[in-house]
Design a protein around this ligand. Structure first.
Ligand SMILES: *Cc1c(COP(=O)(O)O)cnc(C)c1O
Length: 457
């Protein structure tokens, strides 16, 4: 059918791999709004952030002018164990859909953690080691971030304490064991090991925990123990910076064959994989050198971009973290039990929020049954068992390709396939047994949550 001038997989050589991350903020005229100190309402300074985060990461977090930041050689060496990741031409999916569209996906699931999160985990562990720290603390919900961080910490011989939301700790024992294999200590949250955990347990005995509570526990342990800092796997500017390696590799691979994408699609939880995938393309768009249609896909059960408010809000439910200006559903919003655990955050990266606000990208929401339908269709022809999160992007890519079938347009579509779904088989089971439902928050529920947004500006 098609002339296969482009190989199924476009790989880069080690020499062709990016040597610097790209910081989109440097090319933005409207910079993302600064993080605020919840106590004073003033922008947070490096001094205020340094008891929580490593120094070098604080610098990256606050730097919105330097376009390229060198990737230290130690990190590049680690990347070489699982990167470059392949850019795959989805010939089989195109054939199945009978579409004139050309579909590519960047596959980030080729490492034990099973997702793109390792790209930032290794960078954050490196800077912690370089600062001479003993260890780091973090929270994990579904478990992908905790797994990636455990791998990164074991590589640099750092202690790693993971607070895992209790319900996931009990329901996903296999993820927990992967983390322990890499030497992390995994504590179900809320726990008796922290003040905030004890307080929550006293107030809500028997609670199964939440991401917000786990963040509060991890931050407490990091700030109370000398030689420890807290690390986060999404949302922050530093994480988007590290994830730019995804987009940079994609661009190098496409340029080798003179391919210019028309549409770029990614799922959006806190925005790190999408921000990374689009980085160099958005850079061209911001500098007026090229134009691309960029689409963020989120679950209809947690629609931060499509139904949220652009406002300052807390990043955690415990309201101890800095305030970020972002599209948010309110820090008290608890999404229904959607199976894409990695997309259940109430807010969105402040960088992507600003770009969306400025009309530089679009967003759509999709319902989970249609997401699993797309996941299954993809698995059957392309072979990879996709993560539920990634499958949001698959849904949209298939929809775009089907539109091309109607119009006859030969668009080039690139999407991010962020990970694999081996730990999500309970969700697949629910889908196969016809027990999966689509839960969408009502306007009243959202209004109730917006009413509790902090009053700033
Ligand atoms: C965490 C995760 C996501 C969502 O996080 P972002 O920061 O929005 O990228 C998407 N896919 C997978 C596989 C994940 O683990």
């Amino acid at each position: 059918m098609s002339e296969k001038k482009v190989p199924y997989k476009i790989y880069l050589t080690e020499e062709e791999m990016p040597k610097a991350w790209y910081n989109m903020r440097a090319d933005m005229k409207n910079k993302p709004a600064p993080l605020l100190n919840p106590g004073t309402g003033k922008p947070l300074t490096a001094e205020e952030l340094s008891p929580i985060f490593c120094e070098e990461l604080v610098a990256q977090e606050l730097d919105d002018t330097t376009p390229f930041i060198e990737i230290p050689e130690e990190i590049r060496d680690f990347y070489k164990m699982f990167r470059p990741s392949p850019l795959v031409r989805a010939y089989c999916l195109e054939e199945k859909l009978q579409t004139p569209a050309k579909i590519y996906y960047k596959f980030e699931g080729n490492n034990t953690s099973g997702s793109h999160k390792l790209n930032s985990a290794i960078a954050q562990a490196y800077y912690a080691k370089k600062q001479g720290l003993k260890g780091v603390t973090t929270e994990t919900g579904a478990g992908q971030w905790g797994t990636a961080l455990s791998m990164a910490c074991s590589y640099f011989d750092l202690d790693c304490k993971v607070f895992m939301v209790k319900v996931s700790y009990e329901q996903k024992p296999f993820r927990r064991e992967v983390m322990r294999t890499y030497g992390a200590s995994v504590v179900p949250s809320p726990s008796e090991t922290t003040e905030v955990g004890k307080k929550i347990l006293a107030e809500h005995p028997g609670t199964t925990g939440s991401l917000g509570c786990a963040i509060s526990e991890a931050v407490e342990v990091a700030t109370k123990n000398p030689g420890y800092r807290y690390v986060l796997g999404s949302v922050l500017n530093q994480v988007l910076l590290h994830q730019s390696v995804i987009g940079l590799e994609t661009k190098i691979a496409l340029d080798k064959y003179g391919i210019k994408p028309d549409v770029i699609i990614g799922c959006a939880g806190g925005g790190s994989n999408l921000g990374g995938l689009i980085a160099p393309f958005m850079g061209e768009k911001l500098r007026g050198e090229a134009d691309y249609q960029i689409i963020a896909i989120e679950p209809a059960s947690c629609p931060s971009f499509t139904r949220g408010k652009f406002a300052y809000d807390f990043c955690d439910t415990g309201m101890i973290c800095p305030l970020a200006k972002m599209y948010t559903l309110g820090s008290g919003f608890i999404p229904s039990s959607n199976h894409a655990g990695g997309l259940r955050f109430h807010g969105m990266s402040s960088t992507l929020s600003q770009l969306y606000h400025d009309g530089m990208m679009e967003a759509r929401s999709v319902e989970q049954t249609s997401v699993f339908e797309a996941a299954e269709q993809f698995a059957r022809v392309e072979g990879i068992l996709p993560a539920p999160e990634s499958s949001h992007a698959i849904r949209a890519a298939i929809d775009e390709a089907l539109k091309c079938k109607e119009t006859g347009e030969e668009k080039t579509i690139v999407f991010g396939l962020t990970g694999t779904g081996y730990f999500d088989l309970v969700a697949y089971e629910k889908y196969h047994d016809g027990q999966m439902t689509d839960e969408i928050p009502t306007d009243e529920q959202l209004q109730e949550s917006f009413a509790k947004l902090p009053k700033i500006g």
